[in-house]
Design a protein around this ligand. Structure first.
Ligand code: SF4
Ligand code: SF4
Length: 65
């Protein structure tokens, strides 16, 4: 499973990118921000095991994929 960015809500602010411990969040050439489903672990290995990117997003654009 992986988290997903709702492109209708995302403002492309980039705040979530540095918060991901697995470098799963990236920006494409158009500035659109995505989560690489192959890299996202939903932070299950973190302590606490909560998605680090979700609280980083002020626009509530990140949700379960
Ligand atoms: S849930 Fe964790 S691993 Fe997945 S994108 Fe967010 S910060 Fe990265
Ligand atoms: S923090 Fe939220 S609004 Fe900003 S780039 Fe990430 S998903 Fe988009």
């Amino acid at each position: 499973m992986a988290m997903k960015i709702n492109q209708d809500e995302c403002t492309q602010c980039g705040a979530c990118i540095d918060e991901c411990p697995n470098e799963a969040i990236y920006e494409n050439d158009d500035g659109d921000v995505f989560i690489d489903a192959d890299k996202c672990t939903e932070c299950k290995e973190q302590d606490p095991p909560e998605p680090q990117c979700v609280p980083a997003c002020a626009f509530e654009a990140i949700d379960k994929g």
